[in-house]
Write a protein that binds this ligand. Structure first.
Ligand SMILES: [Zn+2]
Ligand SMILES: [Zn+2]
Length: 351
């Protein structure tokens, strides 16, 4: 038989060979673990992320857990070994060097083997690229909060600020570039400098979805990358909040309505004549006309009602005025108040 032959280590003849050795020499020589002599671990002093296969990985792990992860990744058991059990023991610690004793047990060719190895782990304290970007004030995008032909209210600014900070923090749990490097107050609004463009876009979309308005991106050339020669751009994303707010009254193509809400596509309104809901795309923003403000809504006393129309006492002129109503009746009783708005001399009931 070809495979039964002579063992060069012990001289035994007529043996089945395992990688050129007899069974007992093979078991003596085989290494249960393939293990490097030294491991270098880079850990960020700022965020505790660590470098693995060239990549920085976020972590909330303790140093011990990070080392264990490295050891597990770098220790390779012999492929046909069974029942492998590994124990780590720290023999010595000097500054950033840790000398580990690795005790391994396992079975090869049905035979129980135990072996010991040494591995030197060196901890390098470093700053990951993301933390160094943060530290240097690096940003990829600026969110500009602006308003059209009006001053942003303190309430709006607070809401914007809350949304930005809350989302930056939430996203930062999975994206280390989610940070605000700077907030600048200008007379026309606020600028938020954001680490990541992707994060800035996501947040602008969230704001846009609740506050409406117009979004515009403009890249600015900040210089050149010395190594590639390519232009370095930063993106300014402006969110211009509309000149009107929820509750205000708009005219668009002869239709008059009260603003009930926004999303990032549309302005939602309620028709003043028919009370039916409708919407107008932000693309038509320039063609919208503000015909009254929410603050123009008045309380008037109902003085008479008949199917198809009602009579009220105008709160400013105290004159009785008639309003045609589309429905059969309104629930308000004579003598009670209802909300009205006067647009170009015509009164509308707001419900
Ligand atoms: Zn042998
Ligand atoms: Zn870091």
């Amino acid at each position: 038989m070809k495979e039964r032959s002579f063992c060069p280590r012990c001289g035994a003849r007529n043996q089945r060979l395992y990688q050129g050795l007899c069974r007992s020499c093979f078991v003596d020589e085989v290494k249960l673990l393939n293990i490097p002599k030294k491991l270098n671990i880079n850990i960020c002093t700022q965020c505790n992320s660590f470098q693995k296969s060239g990549k920085w990985i976020d972590s909330n792990l303790t140093l011990e857990d990070i080392i264990n992860l490295y050891l597990e990744d770098n220790i390779e058991p012999y492929p046909s070994a069974e029942d492998i059990r590994i124990e780590y023991e720290i023999l010595q610690k000097r500054n950033n060097l840790i000398d580990y004793l690795i005790k391994a047990k396992g079975k090869i060719l049905e035979q129980e083997i135990s072996q010991e190895y040494h591995i030197l782990v060196e901890i390098k304290r470093d700053v990951c690229p993301e933390c160094s970007k943060f530290a240097s004030g690096y940003f990829e995008a600026v969110i500009q909060i602006r308003s059209d032909e009006r001053i942003l209210s303190a309430e709006e600014l607070k809401k914007v600020d809350d949304v930005i900070k809350e989302n930056v923090e939430n996203i930062s749990r999975t994206n280390r570039m989610s940070y605000i490097s700077q907030i600048v107050e200008l007379k026309e609004g606020f600028d938020y400098y954001i680490g990541s463009l992707k994060v800035a876009r996501r947040i602008v979309n969230i704001l846009h979805n609740s506050l409406g308005g117009q979004v515009k991106e403009s890249p600015r050339l900040m210089g050149r990358d010395k190594s590639t020669g390519k232009g370095l751009y930063r993106i300014w994303i402006s969110l211009r909040l509309p000149s009107f707010e929820i509750g205000d009254f708009l005219r668009f193509q002869d239709r008059k309505g009260q603003v009930t809400g926004f999303n990032n596509q549309k302005i939602f309104l309620k028709d003043l004549e028919s009370s039916t809901p409708y919407s107008v795309n932000w693309k038509n923003y320039e063609k919208l006309k503000i015909i009254a403000r929410n603050s123009d809504v008045m309380k008037a006393t109902l003085s008479d009602k008949k199917p198809g129309y009602i009579q009220i006492i105008h709160p400013e002129s105290y004159q009785p005025m008639e309003i045609n109503i589309p429905g059969e009746d309104i629930p308000t009783k004579i003598g009670e108040e209802l909300a009205i708005v006067d647009i170009d001399g015509k009164l509308y009931i707001i419900d």
